[in-house]
Design a protein around this ligand. Structure first.
Ligand code: MSP
Length: 480
């Protein structure tokens, strides 16, 4: 018997210093769509990981601003993360928290020890500029007018004795793996970007910081053998992708089953994932991930969303007004997974009316109205081979093209109803009319199958309507 194919996908783990915004909803929804394609359409065995990146200065700062104990603040925010993911129908298998001392810390420490055994960790007095927004050291040349251009704040000057990781050793090998696509970086433009960055050669990176007295003791993974230091947040965070699977622990069945997998990330964290992470894994003798899918940023009206511009679009508001599948539809069909994308209330409403109210919703009710009136019973069609265009698009992570494929089918069926006119045929030839309608219900069911990674609930509703031979509830009412 052919063994079932395995597929492992991760989202970035999110900083719990504020509630999640549209960009985070995007990363997670794209990830969910890809996983559902592998699990529900290709019938592979999948594992889907998400989580939160908790051992950070910015979380502590945000808690202080909110007047709350860091750990209380943390639980509240992380509770909101899972609530949003439920609303978006994100089918993750595990939510990892980097403060989890059972699931995360032991594996992170085993990985650290591997780097030590490889001779890649050394101690050094270090001074530099630290940007809390990036949770990373930055250099003078990264700054504009003395401030970090991404976060608009002046970095802090830090002088510390830290452990360093000899990342510089791995430049050539990382380069080779990316060039040959052993570590595939998608899209090609991001592959080019990281390769030219690697051309400059990698610097060693600071991999720990002194434990802060004002931090709770349960925050920050202790450096093995030196309790005065905690792991640098990116060293700690990146390791989640394998600690969640039980790497370095007694029960590492998931790790053996699913690693290596793929990571979905935004363009701002490419270097961490395509330089530091592979460096750590090479040092530890762990296989590298197969793929990094690097998406762009979501803007609104062409501008970064910000409170001062008043152009922030809150995923929760959209979900409350339009529902889960409408939000998923917009993100998956109208935002590119490779470049920056845009969302405004106007564009959302237009897309909703065209693609959902007039498109999919209208088609499903037209067909099922006919079926309910003229057919005696429903049907559950056998699966047929996946259309090549759809599978190719998904395999290349061209999510929009895969969605377009489904909407082309919808248009095709709309035309077919008009052209074959079963409602007329049935008046003169009952059997021929019924046959036409029956075929349309089968086609509709197949559309629902292809739709399921994008809009799982709607896909189920349509399938049920076909099986039970009844009109689905008003799927998407037009919005004026
Ligand atoms: N904690 C780190 C990731 C560690 S992974 C080992 C982090 N967290 S984050 O909360 O700041 O960002 C999480 C993800 O959201 C990143 O992939 C980032 O690119 C993405 N986005 C943040 N703002 C975004 C937009 N405006 N648009 C699209 N995605 C954006 O980075």
């Amino acid at each position: 018997m052919e063994t079932q194919k395995k597929f492992y996908l991760t989202t970035p783990i999110f900083y719990p210093n504020a509630k999640l915004h549209m960009g985070h909803a995007y990363t997670t929804t794209v990830s969910d769509c890809i996983v559902r394609y592998h699990r529900d359409v290709l019938k592979e065995k999948t594992y889907f990981l998400t989580g939160s990146d908790e051992n950070t200065q910015k979380m502590v700062d945000a808690a202080v601003r909110a007047g709350k104990e860091p750990l209380v603040f943390l639980d509240e925010i992380v509770g909101k993360f899972s609530a949003l993911f439920r609303e978006l129908n994100i089918s993750y298998d595990q939510f990892i928290r980097t403060t989890d001392q059972q699931q995360h810390w032991p594996g992170a420490q085993v990985l650290w020890k591997k780097l030590v055994e490889a001779g890649d960790i050394y101690k050094k007095e270090y001074e530099g500029l630290y940007c809390v927004g990036h949770e990373a050291f930055v250099t003078e040349k990264d700054l504009v007018d003395g401030k970090c251009p991404d976060h608009g704040v002046e970095p802090q000057f830090l002088k510390e004795e830290n452990y360093f990781f000899k990342l510089s050793r791995y430049t050539a090998e990382i380069r080779r793996r990316i060039e040959t696509d052993e570590l595939q970086v998608v899209p090609a433009s991001r592959k080019g970007e990281i390769l030219s960055f690697l051309n400059e050669g990698l610097q060693d990176v600071s991999f720990s910081r002194p434990r802060k007295s004002e931090w709770p003791a349960t925050l920050g993974v202790p450096v093995p053998g030196d309790d005065s230091q905690v792991m640098y947040v990116w060293c700690d965070a990146l390791s989640n992708y394998i600690t969640a699977l039980g790497y370095g622990q007694e029960n590492d069945a998931l790790y053996r089953e699913f690693w290596p997998g793929m990571h979905v990330i935004g363009k701002d964290i490419l270097r961490f994932h395509a330089a530091i992470w592979p460096g750590m894994l090479l040092s530890a003798g762990v296989p590298l991930p197969k793929t990094l899918l690097v998406h762009g940023f979501i803007t609104s009206g062409g501008k970064k969303m910000s409170k001062s511009l008043g152009n922030v679009i809150d995923p929760e508001e959209l979900l409350a007004e339009y529902g889960t599948d409408a939000v998923r539809y917009y993100l998956l069909r109208h935002v590119s997974p490779f470049e920056d994308g845009d969302i405004t209330h106007e564009a959302f409403k237009d897309a909703y009316n065209a693609g959902l109210a007039n498109g999919l919703g209208n088609l499903a009710s037209r067909i099922m109205q006919l079926a309910q009136t003229h057919l005696e019973k429903g049907t559950r069609p056998e699966p047929i081979a996946l259309p090549a265009g759809y599978a190719e698009a998904f395999d290349a992570f061209e999510i929009q093209r895969a969605a377009d494929f489904v909407w082309d089918e919808i248009q095709f069926l709309d035309r077919k109803i008009t052209e074959t006119a079963p409602f007329k045929v049935i008046k003169t030839d009952v059997e021929a009319g019924k046959e036409l309608i029956f075929k349309l219900t089968q086609d509709l069911y197949r559309v629902a199958r292809l739709l399921s990674p994008f809009m799982p609930e709607t896909a189920e509703k349509i399938k049920t309507a076909v099986i039970e031979n009844k009109k689905p509830e008003n799927l998407f009412l037009r919005k004026e």
